[in-house]
Design a protein around this ligand. Structure first.
Ligand code: GLP
Length: 238
């Protein structure tokens, strides 16, 4: 586990972009696992800047996203499809067909989960997985539970996640109550993991995840068992 403590959100974003840029440089056709949420927005902006100035090439990069709300179409501006198009895919030279986000509109979500995991395996597995962390320790939408769930699956979002994400919707009633998320197996099988967290509101959960017990009550704690995790924060973790 490597911790990089930065002085600001901007520095965290630049250092995160450095790692992703390095991954793309050493393996131009790498499979990136991507995340949504407010935290990586600055990192994506930095990747876009580097791509547009010509120092970072996404033409061979492939990507898989962690999760999507159930019931939202890719055109809905609260969907994670829309988020990714808006913040990254439409602004860099990644071929659109190289990108994949779970389909929250799939009629058979269990089948969509199986197909998603099969796709990741067929692509050779994730080279670098980017993660944020929820206030309750969720990664992707793997919510606190009695067990870790391995496969891509449909989840009932917790009250705290619905409340936390309500800021992005017109009202809390519009926040979907279900999502489809990559499971812990695909995340843990990634060759490298980069987790970014900013703001003192995330300090306690980051400490709990990386220095507390490994438990499905805090899904991110499983990352303690991964051999190559870098955590970049803008707060102390001691
Ligand atoms: C969302 C996403 C996660 C994200 C988390 C934190 O629910 N599913 O992938 O890491 O919440 O979001 P934020 O970065 O906005 O705090």
């Amino acid at each position: 586990m490597k911790f990089i403590v930065t002085k600001s959100y901007e520095e965290m974003s630049r250092k995160g972009a450095d790692l992703i840029g390095a991954q793309v440089l050493v393996k131009p056709n790498c499979l990136l696992g991507l995340a949504t949420g407010s935290t990586p927005i600055g990192l994506y902006a930095e990747l876009v800047r580097r791509n547009q100035e010509g120092s970072l090439d996404f033409s061979k990069v492939r990507s898989v996203n962690l999760d999507e709300y159930c019931g939202l179409s890719p055109e809905s501006d609260q969907s994670y499809h829309y988020f990714m198009n808006y913040h990254l895919f439409s602004k860099v030279n990644i071929p659109f067909e190289n990108t994949r986000v779970p389909n929250g509109l799939a009629e058979d979500l269990a089948q969509e989960g199986l197909a998603y995991d099969a796709y990741i395996a067929q692509q050779g597995g994730i080279d670098l997985q980017l993660l944020g962390i929820g206030h309750n320790g969720h990664i992707g939408f793997n919510e606190p539970d009695d067990v870790f769930t391995a496969a891509t699956h449909c989840v009932d979002l917790t009250e705290s996640t619905i409340t936390a994400n309500a800021r992005l919707f017109a009202s809390i009633d519009e926040v979907p109550t279900k999502a489809i998320t990559m499971g812990m197996r695909s995340i843990m099988a990634a060759k490298k993991i980069l987790l970014v967290a900013n703001g003192l509101g995330k300090q306690e959960i980051v400490k709990q995840a990386f220095f507390g017990p490994v438990t499905p009550k805090c899904p991110a704690s499983l990352l303690q068992l991964h051999p190559d995790v870098t955590v970049i924060t803008d707060f102390d973790v001691e």
